[in-house]
Design a binder for this molecule. Structure first.
Ligand code: ADP
Ligand code: MG
Length: 664
């Protein structure tokens, strides 16, 4: 998309930081909406891990490098410093067993991390992470950064919040606001207001390619947009935020209200487990590998630190792979045994096996949700939205179980590990006063649709539809035996994919092979009251389904929407012609394929004149189809002529097929 005039660096920006137990992120929000600020290598997550030099306690590595080698340097690699911040040594009894580095008592019962002979406060370690993120932000924004909104768990007490502020100060950042993590997640989705919705959030984007095609029957299945007015929204809404990270699990029930004075958010209850998370799943996979390696190569086999590190990294990678695939291959080379024989351990871990392993872990999170609901005096049906936060909510089983509990599809449109930082940035922009002009959304500002064969856009929801809005349309395949269909979701007023904005795509897999045109794919768009778009595709014959959620309106200003609308008027005639040509070409290709099949079958039984006439008509249509500048009216005429001339051919083909079947 073109932009008129590049904005210069913001003056005195307020960044948003998610200071996580496992990973930390930084984000910034301007008029265009919030976005994650990346590190020098394009990384979006900074593992909250710092390795110190043992002798002088200087910082040796921060982030990924420190995390990847943590098991090899257990005594001088500090992770989970967030668990220690603002807590006394007495508070930490339960945590100390989990930490591989030494924690001792400092002044006033405080906890201190011991590196060699040196004592460090947890705030100093957190400050190293905050400084690193500040550096990322300064490099991306091209300006000094001195202010930040930092998020903390809802259950953090005053001492823990104060410690977070102190960590900021050590890192040269004024923490202008501490925001609860669940509140930040809700803000990123624009769920803060009951009457209008702030445009915010960044939709998942992947590169699209096309595959859906011809509509089955545009007349019969015309889009049935059924919009309803939404002026009756309650002034407050209750939501649940489910946050499963690396080592901690929290669920919060929030009430968000919009009043004349601004937003009020109330944490009605929190529940959770400070030692439950993705790390547990990693540990289970490591234990499985170790057990099987011992069974295969003997009980006496030893696992030095580098091997344990490799197990850990492999386990996490396997777990992450199983979020997208139904099985993952594991292979570990354990070197040679005493007799020089190679020892290679191999196995396949299926998603089913993995889900069975983590079943109890997920059960625990569900029980916590029930506790949180009880404490908030809420029933599941009182919960309007469920927001998923934390990298571990990418595990399909987790999402499924949460959806079942709350009878609603959880919000996953924003990356669960980024949503807290994005929300912190939104809060920062509100405090900086730059977010007031953001588009308020009671209507979809731009049309929403999907890509069809040949690069045309089929719109399901038109611009300015009142939300919530829903539309359903039928599509089919274009290629014989097509078993996967890509659904590419687009936003914009223009007719061609290249002129619209790609919002994301997903694949409908496992359709049984059928001739082109036979599968019935029902695509449903639903924009809910918060502007979150869910797109679902169902193949009706096989009942295969797939879906995606998107925040479709990310960072569009009123001017941009106006410009896009104006462009669409300007190009209307030209775009319509292009769209018509694409439709004609698709139709021509389908018809010619059918005619050629029939010719191959019965061509020899046709009289020569008729055959020549058909072939000539087909050739004319092919010329039109290959001509990018074809006149659509003449193309249409040629297509009609071809179709009419082949009626007899089709009848002949049917007669011969019947004759063959009777003869057989
Ligand atoms: P925290 O809030 O505790 O700092 P995150 O929200 O970043 O942590 O979550 C980190 C956890 O998410 C890690 O255990 C990581 O392995 C897990 N994780 C990240 N991506 C995926 C994925 N695609 N599938 C399963 N787990 C994932
Ligand atoms: Mg987190």
């Amino acid at each position: 998309m073109k932009q008129t005039g590049q904005p210069g660096p913001p003056t005195d920006p307020i960044i948003g930081i998610d200071l996580g137990t496992t990973n930390s992120l930084v984000a910034y929000c301007d008029e265009r909406g919030p976005r994650i600020l990346e590190g020098p290598d394009g990384q979006r997550l900074l593992p909250s891990v710092v390795r110190y030099n043992e002798a002088i306690a200087s910082v040796e590595a921060v982030g990924q490098e420190a995390s990847t080698h943590a098991v090899e340097h257990p005594q001088n690699t500090v992770s989970s410093s967030k668990r220690l911040m603002g807590r006394s040594i007495g508070d930490l009894k339960d945590d100390l067993d989990y930490l591989p580095f030494a924690v001792v008592e400092g002044d006033h019962n405080t906890a201190r991390i011991k590196i060699g002979k040196h004592l460090l406060s947890p705030q100093e370690v957190a400050a190293v992470i905050l400084s690193e993120l500040r550096g990322w932000a300064e490099a991306t924004l091209g300006t000094k950064v001195r202010k930040a909104v930092v998020t903390v768990p809802a259950y953090f007490d005053d001492a823990q919040r104060q410690a977070t502020r102190d960590a900021g100060r050590i890192a040269g950042l004024q923490v202008v606001r501490i925001v609860n993590e669940p509140t930040a997640a809700a803000l990123a989705y624009g769920l803060d207001s009951g009457t209008a919705n702030r445009v915010s959030g960044v939709g998942k984007k992947e590169d699209g390619s096309l595959s859906l095609s011809t509509k089955l029957n545009p007349q019969a299945c015309a889009s049935e947009s059924q919009s309803q007015a939404t002026n009756h929204q309650p002034p407050s809404q209750t939501l649940a935020v489910f946050d499963l990270g690396g080592g901690t699990f929290d669920v919060s029930v929030l009430r968000m209200m919009q009043t004349e004075q601004g937003r009020i958010d109330q944490v009605l209850s929190t529940a959770g487990d400070t030692h439950l998370g993705g790390d547990d799943a990693d540990r289970m996979i490591v234990e499985l590998i170790q057990k099987e390696v011992r069974a295969q190569f003997g009980e006496q086999i030893e696992f030095p630190a580098s091997t344990r590190q490799a197990f850990r990294n492999l386990a996490e990678a396997t777990k992450i792979r199983l979020s997208n695939e139904t099985s993952a291959q594991i292979e570990v080379d354990l070197g040679t045994d005493g007799d020089g024989n190679a020892r290679v351990y191999q196995r396949t871990l299926t998603r089913d096996e993995f889900e069975e392993m983590i079943g109890l872990l997920v059960d625990k999170t569900i029980r916590c949700c029930e506790d949180a609901l009880r404490n908030a005096k809420c029933k599941t049906e009182d919960i309007g939205r469920v927001v998923m936060v934390g990298g571990s909510t990418r595990i399909p089983l987790v999402c499924r179980r949460v959806g079942e509990l709350f009878y609603t599809e959880p919000y996953t449109a924003l990356n669960p590990d980024e949503v807290v930082a994005l929300g912190a940035a939104v809060q920062g922009s509100i405090l900086a006063g730059i977010n007031r002009d953001m588009l308020l959304l009671d209507v979809t500002p731009l049309s929403l649709g999907i890509e069809t064969m040949g690069g045309a856009v089929s719109k399901l929801i038109m611009a300015n539809s009142t939300i919530p809005a829903q539309a359903t349309e039928m599509f089919s395949t274009y290629v014989d035996g097509q078993t996967n269909i890509k659904v590419h979701v687009l936003q914009g007023e223009r007719e061609l994919v290249g002129d619209c904005r790609s919002l994301g795509e997903f694949e409908l897999k496992g359709i049984p092979p059928m001739p082109a045109g036979l599968p019935k794919v029902e695509v449903t768009f639903l924009v809910d009251a918060n502007g979150v778009l869910s797109v679902q595709a169902v193949e009706k014959r096989s009942e295969k389904r797939a879906s995606i959620q998107i925040v479709p309106n990310h960072g569009l200003t009123r001017e941009e929407v106006d410009r896009m609308e104006a462009e669409s008027y300007e190009h209307a005639a030209q775009d319509m012609t292009a769209h018509r040509l694409i439709d004609l070409r698709n139709q021509a290709r389908l018809d010619i394929r059918a005619i050629e099949k029939q010719l191959a079958k019965v061509g020899d039984e046709m009289d020569a004149d008729y055959r020549a006439q058909v072939e000539n008509n087909v050739a004319q249509v092919k010329i039109m189809a290959d001509d990018p500048g074809a006149d659509p009216d003449r193309f249409h005429e040629a297509l009609d002529k071809m179709d009419q001339s082949t009626v007899r051919l089709a009848e002949l083909a049917i007669t011969i097929t019947l004759r063959e079947e009777q003869g057989a």
